[in-house]
Design a binder for this molecule. Sequence first.
Ligand code: ATP
Ligand code: MG
Length: 286
Amino acid sequence: MSNLMRIAIQAKGRLSEDSLAFLKDSGIRIDELKRKFLAKAANFPMEVLYLRDDDIPGVVADGSADIGIVGLNEVLESEADVEVVRKMDFGDCRISLAIPKEQEYTGPAFFNGKKIATSYPKVLRKWLDENDIDAEIRVILGSVEISPAAGIADAIFDIVSSGGTLISNGLKEVHTVVDSQAVLIANKKMSPAKRKLLESMLFRFDAVIDSRGKKYILMNIPTDKVSEAVKILPAMRSPTVMPLAAEGWCSLHSVVEEVGMWDKIEKLKALGAEGILVLHLDKVIA
Ligand code: ATP
Ligand code: MG
């Protein structure tokens, strides 16, 4: 095989844009016009193979691609022998059991003797066996959610994200079996040279993954409030404090998680912080 790192990503679908954006954020330039099948990166020893998501775990397992980005749900269902290298923080969803909303759910034993429609028969079989449940699996490849209303099955086992599709089909989610998101997978038998290339790519990828959900924050604050402010804003090591020309004032810089950020800003304002700026974080190299 060539010494290009070949990455398989979804050609068209829910993960395509985020996967390409991720490569771009990692500083890897790909000509999007050539999105047909195989495209070489302009500035990195990498080529992109665009596939149906179902095919990605298999081609990575057999070495036709070195790495891939695909939903964990697909990796589990394919039972492909690949290494899950990173969680990507996009494509969040879960594979759950759902039943008609008017029925009472009594726990996993509810499914004994029931017929369950799904596109994930292997994941479901494993869960049924682990819980010692005797149910029939009905494989349906599309529109699984209409199965109960159509009399095809009693329940479904399907991908859920917001839950809106279930509600509009008169179903309720009763048990989550798998929490999924997009993952970076790798072939287990990569050559040492490829491994090395992967390590250098992971360095870039981690900088992008670690910057997700974080912001750079800076503000002016009275010097005598700095120690209290630092308690509100723990940074990677410790916040940066610089004196301002105006006596008794400092500039305080830190990195914050976006979740909970507004609470912290209110507390900082109450301490007397002024001129608070929140900036986009491009990369974080810990
Ligand atoms: P392909 O044509 O590549 O086979 P697909 O139709 O099987 O595409 P998509 O609907 O594009 O797949 O979904 C790709 C992945 O996105 C899913 O496998 C799952 O990991 C993730 N995902 C996130 N949210 C959802 C959702 N609400 N419904 C379905 N998949 C979701
Ligand atoms: Mg698919």
